[in-house]
Design a protein around this ligand. Structure first.
Ligand SMILES: Cc1ncc(COP(=O)(O)O)c(C=O)c1O
Length: 438
């Protein structure tokens, strides 16, 4: 075997030998400031001894136990989540090894719920035009991410799609009415055209993650989507793999609006990158119906792995003790202020957007008509590479059709000085990459 990795569009990556705080260190011990928290994962920063100790303890105590058994770390995680993190409406948990498995499980739960309550025709699910939910055939298929479907298009199952709110590029003329209403009307049209009695649920990210680049929907969108799901009997699955556990300055991204999901999906920040873990949380309506239906909710062999659960407990405790959700909100305000100051007048940056410590810029060729640079130029990758050359890691966003989007999602312990470094180097990386095009 001479290669460990397959092609990935989004940067050329060095070997990393150690990590500490917000820094990655390469083989020559050169620091790289991690402006993206990996793939928007490392919420508490790298190198926390307490988490490493908790993982080691769980590995020694209960190295592997099949998921239906309770172990001390599994119990502690459920208790911690219920006490400090989840809405009381979410009463049931299912743990996986990551976000993809969690979304796949959530999609299956929505389908099983409808079967359990006798809605036998409800076999369809709706996703959104700009979105990312995972790598399996089903989660890739329901994602609005053409680049990650290449070579699979003919084989993927079909799901319904509604437009993702994209205020920057909203069709002209809709601003006179509510923009949120415009997108909700599109969703209503799809539901009515397909037949509401055939649709099981809807999956979406409350704030679109890297696929769109931290797109925040219009204020009235989510309450109206929740009402639409209720009107037509659809299960609302919120994919908070990226936005969950404080990232956007609230415990969960959906809490920016007065709504509750039926199924909440998490990953990434749940264990802060210290262990692979995803979580699916359902309300009692969904949980009780599936249980009464006698349907199996199959575990993954490594779901709820004891060491991963122990890591998550410690990560969540650190988050609570250090008030890191509030930090994400206040540092986010600082980050957005600095990004606006640096880019609002930039000739090639159409928008700075996001919430809390999830932020992105969208780079365009022409700011007047928002025309992007040609996709073949690979500008996003060039900007990421320019950033790495300057010692900062940014996360490549976009879907191919949506481009050139650069995402930031640093650890919540980021300092203002580090934010200044990230923003200053991003300006330099964008300018250098754009200059090399001509
Ligand atoms: C919103 C969202 N959902 C799902 C996933 C997939 O999670 P994982 O890569 O852990 O399988 C991601 C990963 O980037 C994501 O951002």
């Amino acid at each position: 075997m001479n290669k460990m990795s397959w092609p990935y569009v989004g940067g050329s990556f060095p070997t990393i030998c150690r990590t500490e705080g917000l820094y990655l260190y390469d083989a020559a011990d050169r620091p790289i400031l991690d402006a993206a928290g990996g793939a928007v994962v490392t919420n508490i920063g790298h190198g926390r001894q307490r988490v490493a100790d908790a993982i080691a303890k769980a590995a020694k105590e209960t190295s592997y136990v099949v998921p239906p058994f309770i172990t001390p770390s599994r119990q502690a995680l459920v208790d911690t989540l219920a006490a400090d993190w989840l809405s009381p409406t979410l009463t049931r948990a299912h743990f996986t090894s990551g976000g993809t498995e969690a979304n796949e499980a959530a999609m299956k739960l929505a389908l099983q719920y409808q079967q359990a309550i006798g809605e036998r025709q409800r076999t369809k699910l709706i996703g959104r035009s700009i979105s990312y939910h995972g790598t399996t055939l089903a989660t890739a298929a329901i994602s609005g991410h053409p680049t990650r479907k290449r070579g699979l298009e003919q084989a993927l199952p079909t799901y319904l799609t509604v437009p993702t709110p994209y205020p920057l590029r909203a069709p002209s003329g809709v601003n006179s009415v509510s923009l949120g209403q415009y997108y909700v009307d599109q969703m209503r049209d799809v539901i009515l055209a397909e037949g509401p009695e055939t649709i099981a649920g809807f999956i979406a990210e409350p704030i679109t993650g890297s696929s769109g680049g931290a797109i925040v929907p219009p204020e009235d969108y989510w309450p109206k989507v929740r009402a639409l799901c209720d009107e037509f009997g659809l299960i609302l699955i919120l994919d908070e793999v990226m936005t969950g556990f404080g990232r956007t300055g609230t415990t969960f991204g959906y809490q920016h609006w007065p709504i509750e999901p039926d199924i909440l999906v998490s990953g990434k920040g749940l264990a802060g990158g210290y262990a692979p873990l995803g979580g699916v949380f359902t309300n009692e309506r969904v949980g009780a119906a599936i249980q009464a239906g006698g349907f199996q909710v199959m575990f993954n062999t490594f779901g709820a792995h004891p060491s991963a659960c122990a890591a998550a407990v410690e990560v969540l405790n650190i988050m609570k003790e250090e008030g890191l959700v509030a930090e994400a909100a206040s540092k986010g305000t600082y980050l957005h202020g600095q990004l606006h100051a640096a880019f609002d007048q930039h000739p090639h940056v159409a928008e700075v957007r996001g919430r809390g410590l999830l932020a992105a810029i969208e780079v365009v060729e022409d700011k007047a008509d928002l025309a992007p640079f040609d996709q073949s130029l690979g500008l996003t990758t060039s900007i990421v590479n320019e950033g790495l050359e300057r010692g900062v890691f940014y996360y490549a966003g976009g879907t191919g059709e949506v481009r050139d989007v650069i995402c930031m999602g640093p650890a919540f312990v980021v300092s203002e000085r580090q934010i200044d470094d990230m923003v200053e180097n991003l300006v330099a990386a964008v300018d250098a990459a754009v200059a090399k095009l001509s």
